[in-house]
Structures are given as structure tokens and as C-alpha cells.
Design a protein around this ligand. Structure first.
Ligand code: FPP
Length: 243
């Protein structure tokens, strides 16, 4: 199996890979298609990469599927993305479960329809006991909103006397994030040509290695994923320390 061969061949596989899946709209526009079809192609690319990353032995894969800012898009585009999410769950849940993947939904689900919430609950419930790759689908996610939520949660604990203000340290904040208990991303991949973080995992990416590429997300392949991993493996990480 390709994935397992790769796993044994690679020396320094990232434990946590995060992906900003960008470029769906431009992919569609270049073909004279509605943006929906770009997201549809993006979903197919995501399906391939999830499978591949899991086979490869990646511990955590986080994808930025819908940001807090994406609510500002047209109602037609937003409902198209959620329709695709429902299709994805319907088609892929059994395979994700067979592959032992545990799916988490990270973000604020306020404003999502009951049918979407039900599907998300079904995915979480079915895969919660799985011990393979943790697959984080970031939905209604924003890094600043996540930090504000963590601050509220810690303030609540101070108010009810569970912790003292002086006990609020970096670990306490880390634990109060959606990603509490998970390692920070080692590698963040952003296809689509833009070189910014776009409010994704702001706290968690303090020492993350970034790989940017021009390929639009729907065209992103296993080979592109391999290339990003290889580039990551060649990086020297010092975490602010000396060489
Ligand atoms: C960014 O591209 C992508 C999104 C806002 C949506 C990502 C959605 C998917 C990959 C498919 C659906 C999958 C799930 C799990 C919901 P963009 O639209 O900003 O592209 P552009 O920069 O070219 O306009």
C-alpha cells in the first residue's frame, strides 16, 4: 500500500497537518462555472487528501472548510457549501469510520440548519471511539472568535472560583481552545496562491511551518501533498531556540 510504504520511508512525518483549502471559486470561474462547482471539486480533492493522509499515518488533519467570515458570502453560495457538507457526510462517513478516523467539528455552529447539525452530530457520534487519524473539520471557525471564546470560558472559571487569575498561563489558554488536548499544527499548507493565515489557528500556528503553492485547491493532488511533506521534512525547526 502506497501510504504505508511512504510512512516507513519518511523520517519526520508531521503529526498535525492543517490545510486552508483556497481557490475553489477561481477554479470554477476559470471554467465559466458557478462557484458551487468549484466547492464540489474542492470537496472531491478533500476526500482524496483525507484518505491519503490517513493511509500515510498523519495523526491529525485539520481543514478550514467554512470560516466565520464566510457567512458574508451570498446565501446561494453558503447553502451550496452546506449542501456539499451533507453530501460528504452521506457518502464518506462509512469509509471514514472503516479507516478508524475520528471526526471533530471545530467552530461555532450557530446559524447552521437543523439538518446540518444533525449530520454533524451523526459523524461525531459514529466516529468518537476511533483511534486512527483525527480529522478536524473547521466549520464556522475563526481564530479570533476561538480566542475570545477561550477568554470567556477562563473568565467564567475565575468567576466561579475554579481557577485563580494567576493560573491563566499559556497551557490554560491552549486547553480552552477547540483544539485543546491536540498538538499544534506542525505544517500548514495553503494552496491557491495567497500567502496569509486568514484567521486560521492563530494561537496554534506560533511555530508552524508554512507551505504555500499556486495550485488551486480543486487541483491539489496526493503528489502536491507529498511535495509539501517533503518540504516540511527538509525544514530546520528551532522553536525560537538556538541551532
Ligand atoms: C475557499 O475557496 C473555500 C471555501 C470557502 C470552502 C471550502 C469548501 C470545500 C473544500 C468543499 C466543501 C467541504 C466541506 C467539508 C464543507 P474560495 O471560495 O475562497 O476560492 P477563491 O479564493 O478562488 O474565491
Amino acid at each position: 500500500m502506497i501510504g504505508n510504504d511512504l510512512e516507513t520511508a519518511r523520517e519526520n512525518l508531521p503529526s498535525h497537518v492543517a490545510i486552508i483549502m483556497d481557490g475553489n471559486g477561481r477554479w470554477a470561474e476559470k471554467r465559466g462555472l458557478l462557484r458551487y462547482f468549484g466547492h464540489d471539486a474542492g470537496m472531491k480533492a478533500m476526500t482524496e487528501i483525507v484518505r491519503y493522509a490517513s493511509d500515510m499515518g498523519i495523526g491529525y488533519l485539520s481543514v478550514y472548510a467554512f470560516s466565520t467570515e464566510n457567512w458574508k458570502r451570498s446565501e446561494e453560495e453558503v447553502s451550496g457549501i452546506f449542501k456539499l457538507l451533507l453530501i460528504y457526510v452521506d457518502k464518506e462517513l462509512d469509509e471514514l469510520h472503516r479507516n478508524n478516523c475520528k471526526v471533530n467539528i471545530l467552530g461555532d455552529t450557530t446559524g447552521m440548519s437543523r439538518i446540518v447539525l444533525k449530520a454533524l452530530e451523526k459523524v461525531r457520534e459514529k466516529t468518537k471511539g476511533n483511534t486512527g487519524m483525527i480529522f478536524n473539520i473547521c466549520l464556522g471557525y475563526g481564530g479570533r472568535a476561538e480566542l475570545a471564546r477561550a477568554a470567556r470560558s477562563l473568565a467564567g472559571k475565575v468567576a466561579d472560583g475554579t481557577i485563580a487569575p494567576g493560573e491563566i498561563d499559556e497551557d490554560a489558554i491552549t486547553d480552552a481552545l477547540y483544539t485543546g488536548g491536540m498538538p499544534d499544527p506542525d505544517l500548514l499548507i495553503r494552496p491557491g496562491g495567497e500567502k496569509r493565515l486568514s484567521n486560521f489557528m492563530l494561537w496554534q500556528c506560533a511555530y508552524t511551518e508554512f507551505v504555500f503553492c499556486e495550485t488551486l485547491w480543486p487541483d491539489f493532488t496526493k503528489e502536491d501533498f507529498d511535495k509539501a511533506i517533503t518540504e516540511y521534512e527538509a525544514r530546520k525547526r528551532r522553536f525560537g531556540g538556538r541551532k
